[in-house]
Ligand binder design. Sequence first.
Ligand code: ADP
Ligand code: UDP
Length: 257
Amino acid sequence: MNHKGKRLYEGKAKVLYEGPEPGTLVVHFKDDATAFNGEKHEIIEGKGVLNNRISEFIFTRLGEMGIPTHFIKRLNMREQLVRKVEIIPLEVIVRNVAAGSIASRLGLREGERLPRTIIEYCYKDDALGDPLVAEEHIAAFGWASGPEMDDMVQLAVRINDYLSGLFAGIGIRLVDFKLEFGRQYSQDGMVRTVLADEISPDSCRLWDMGTDEKMDKDRFRRDLGGLVDAYAEVARRLGIMGGDDKGVPNGPRLVKS
Ligand code: ADP
Ligand code: UDP
């Protein structure tokens, strides 16, 4: 079945097509890996398939616990059907452990547990390199309303609690991750804030609890190699990628660390 309509947008990691129904999109996960605002680029065969499956698994679990998301269903190895939303132009970064930009910015040791979970915002603008912004900027420039900020923070905290537990159960520490939210308009003119984009090892830092080995995109950013093996191990521990293409995830299995 040809479920795809017009190609609407090609990003660094995904391509968006019109979906079969109005208000839907088909998201195609590419094998492209980029870092440092697109300066570093490589094709890593198999990455798109793994991210499609891992993101499907996570969005499905989050949906089951009442988090509103754009996800409708996975269509095939590389594509999923989602609800089209108006993306709020912010990256919501949730951090449990110091790593990456917060470690260099504040002089923290990578791996240091933060005194509490910290939520940061970056303004989504490739030309500016997605700069870190304060709530003050968000309010002043109207990038998100007050109620939308409340929604995003509440959802981010719930998602963090759930995913930290999910990953801890399979011997993985959720160090930090990035979320994107969108506005979903209903026919009666109501708008609600829903989780969009993807949650995958491209958008999270995931460390093996036993060895501190990185199981995320830092393998690419820092030239560590073995990215696909690491993503496949995340998928394996989550209980996915075991069966055929249409296979239903079995859920996490306990992994000794
Ligand atoms: P980038 O745009 O940063 O290069 P991607 O290659 O991941 O990133 O492209 C996916 C794009 O699709 C992102 O800009 C993201 O904000 C947008 N997006 C994700 N989910 C939805 C959705 N449900 N509706 C509309 N846009 C979406
Ligand atoms: N992140 C992301 N997309 C971005 C920026 C960050 O998915 O454009 C994720 C990144 O994978 C990490 C978290 O957000 O899990 C925090 O990233 P950080 O600010 O430390 O950025 P980086 O070290 O990548 O510059």
